[in-house]
Design a protein around this ligand. Structure first.
Ligand SMILES: [Zn+2]
Length: 135
């Protein structure tokens, strides 16, 4: 199986995925909007044991609207967001899709926090939509 690889803009942080994503989720929440500098983030969900990182990330300790911790890892040199872990999904990593070297074969299966989605983005074909968090 070919590995997917990715990394930050400057290359100080690189990673490999040992498995294909479980799901890919577009998140329209206000924190993802602000952290990404865009108006949504696209997150590739993998198990922590299927992720190998080279180089150190810094971590911003955030909180989701559940009040549970969201740990936002980013490159301390170039500022690229790399991944988040959330306390309500232990063992899972939400990797920022834009940091992958190759997007082929990956498309969002869900959209979450669509209550905050900007009006000029159409629903993504084939993705289930949730006004707040999923499920
Ligand atoms: Zn970097």
């Amino acid at each position: 199986m070919s590995e997917r690889k990715g990394g930050c803009l400057c290359g100080a942080v690189r990673y490999e995925l040992k498995a294909e994503p479980a799901v890919t989720a577009v998140c329209h929440c206000t924190h993802c909007q602000r952290q990404s500098g865009s108006v949504f983030s696209t997150n590739v969900v993998v198990m922590a044991q299927d992720y190998v990182q080279h180089g150190q990330t810094k971590v911003f300790e955030d909180r989701g609207d559940s009040g549970q911790g969201v740990h936002r890892h980013f490159c301390g040199h170039c500022g690229s967001p790399i991944l988040s872990t959330i306390d309500i999904m232990p063992g899972m990593l939400m990797i920022k899709m834009g940091t992958l070297d190759d997007f082929s074969g990956i498309a969002p299966g869900i959209e979450v926090y669509t209550d905050h989605a900007v009006s000029w983005i159409s629903p993504i074909a084939g993705a289930r939509r949730f006004g707040q968090a999923s499920g």
